[in-house]
Design a protein around this ligand. Structure first.
Ligand code: NAP
Length: 259
């Protein structure tokens, strides 16, 4: 059977463990024949990510803390050294202190959440676009909390709003180079990052009752949508926020006994 990403090279940032959405995406990309380059934030993650890279038969695993310009420059040096031509970049990175309501968020926490979760997409796009000479796809991950108030999502909602606006502006800037920029708005999935949202398990339970498909989102569904966007099938799609959330985003008020 033909593979949708055969002959394509993908850089995937944000594989922390086997529960990461980036891991599901990397698995699906490997299944579809992509050559993978993974990144990890620092030495703490090096061994784990190298093990996963070996399982996925990835070409390389490289360090990259997106808050450090030197790390981003080093990453591009490595790509240059390898003579890499990239077709796809997956940015699956976020961090913020969600312990307080937005109204009580400090300047420092606000800046940190926006830097790691939104600006990093701009920085990554800037550094990697030159490696997409024939065009390509940049994909990030967002959440409904960007446009609706989701209890306990706090400053991350503001960061995701900035991320989604960045998707649109980057799509406009990079479109003339045939580089498409999109986001998948994933439904809630239990990952390490998600555990930072207070009462996340209750949120999952409620979503499974309320979402039109009456279930939670499977990371493999997010990954298959990522394959579509990275492949030639997605060639006409840019600046888009694609919801893969069992339909949760269309729901307004839900009967209280359902959740
Ligand atoms: P995850 O496995 O914890 O992934 C988050 C990743 O961000 C980790 O690999 C983490 O690396 C990385 N990261 C944080 N700070 C970084 C930095 N300074 N430099 C480089 N990497 C950094 O959780 P996930 O749920 O898969 O999250 C992936 C993306 O999906 C995030 O953008 C998240 O907001 C989004 N999303 C998640 C859900 C959900 O319900 N899980 C729903 C919608 C959207 P370390 O582990 O090394 O810190």
């Amino acid at each position: 059977m033909s593979q949708l990403l055969a002959g394509k090279t993908a850089l995937v940032l944000g594989v922390a463990n086997r529960w990461s959405l980036a891991y599901a995406i990397a698995q699906a990309f490997a299944r579809e024949g992509a050559k993978l380059i993974l990144t990890y934030q620092g030495d703490r993650q090096k061994l784990t990510v190298e093990e996963m890279a070996a399982d996925l038969k990835a070409h390389r695993a490289l360090p990259c803390d997106v808050t450090k310009d030197d790390d981003l420059a080093q990453l591009t040096n490595e790509l240059k050294h390898d003579g890499t031509v990239l077709n796809s970049v997956v940015h699956s990175i976020a961090f913020g202190d969600l312990s307080r309501p937005l109204a009580e968020t400090s300047r420092g926490s606000f800046a940190q959440a926006l830097d790691i979760s939104a600006y990093s997409l701009v920085a990554v796009a800037h550094q990697t676009a030159p490696f997409m000479a024939g065009g390509g796809s940049i994909l990030t991950l967002t959440y409904l909390g960007a446009t609706r108030v989701v209890e306990n999502y706090n400053v991350m909602g503001v960061a995701k709003a900035a991320l989604e606006a960045s998707v649109r502006y980057l799509a406009s800037d990079l479109g003339p180079s045939n580089i498409r920029v999109n986001a998948i708005s994933a439904g809630a999935v239990k990952t390490v990052s998600a555990r930072g949202v207070r009462d996340f398990s209750k949120m999952l339970e409620a979503a499974a009752h309320v979402a039109p498909l009456r279930r939670n989102t499977d990371p493999a569904e997010v990954a298959d949508a990522a394959v579509f966007l990275a492949s030639d099938l997605g060639r006409g799609v840019t600046g888009n926020i694609l919801f893969v959330d069992a339909g949760m985003q269309i729901m307004g008020f839900a009967r209280s006994e359902q959740c």
